[in-house]
Design a binder for this molecule. Structure first.
Ligand code: AMP
Length: 189
């Protein structure tokens, strides 16, 4: 894996474990030579990710809608900052630039981005894996809802199992690496 898209809150959240996890994820990435693709903002967990990857000598590719350049305070230190017309183009560009996706805790923007990574994979638009970084159990309610969707017959077990979950950044990258390799080898979900 050369590039990882990190979806996360444009706020820092109410638990210092989230900011610690963002820093640790950035460290793991730079140590393994993985560059960052993200939403291009300077605030919250997004800003921490960009600052830490840059500080570790990694490259940062930010993709931000023109209308959010001021609202989300575009990060001027990005290696490349791609201004795009809107949210759809943002996700499409981030998908094009990355090899895999990981989600730190976040709000509805992060949820939207996760669901699009998953549904686009399901539709065969890409075969890039995605993983939830389950800091302090943040994603457990969501994972359990996905189990309900499966049990109620709206999603196959195979589809459900695509949603990877990890407790640490290192574990997330290991799982994504293995899944990306399986996809390259022609494994079909
Ligand atoms: P949040 O998780 O709500 O803090 O948002 C995280 C990031 O997702 C922010 O940069 C938001 O601008 C972005 N975002 C929100 N809605 C969308 C969307 N529909 N498509 C792409 N990005 C979005």
């Amino acid at each position: 894996m050369k590039r990882l898209a990190v979806y996360c809150g444009h706020q820092a959240g109410g638990n210092s474990a989230y900011t610690d996890a963002a820093r640790e994820l950035a460290r793991e990435m730079t140590e393994r030579g993985i560059d960052l693709v993200y939403g291009g903002g300077k605030l919250g967990l997004m800003g921490i990710m960009a600052d830490e990857v840059l500080a570790g000598g990694g490259k940062v590719f930010g993709v931000i809608p023109q209308s959010l350049v001021d609202v989300e305070v575009a990060h001027t230190g990005c290696t490349e900052l791609y201004p795009v017309p809107g949210m759809h183009e943002r996700k499409a560009k981030m998908t094009e630039l990355t090899d895999a996706f990981v989600c730190l805790p976040g709000g509805i923007g992060t949820l939207d981005e996760l669901m699009e990574a998953w549904t686009w994979n399901a539709l065969g638009y890409h075969s890039k894996p995605f993983c939830l970084l389950n800091i302090d159990g943040f994603w457990e309610g969501f994972a359990s809802f996905c189990d309900t969707v499966t049990k109620q017959g709206f999603m196959s077990e195979d589809r459900r199992n695509q949603l990877l979950m990890a407790d640490t950044p290192g574990e997330a990258i290991d799982k994504l690496d293995a899944a990306a390799k399986a996809a390259q080898d022609g494994f079909v979900w």
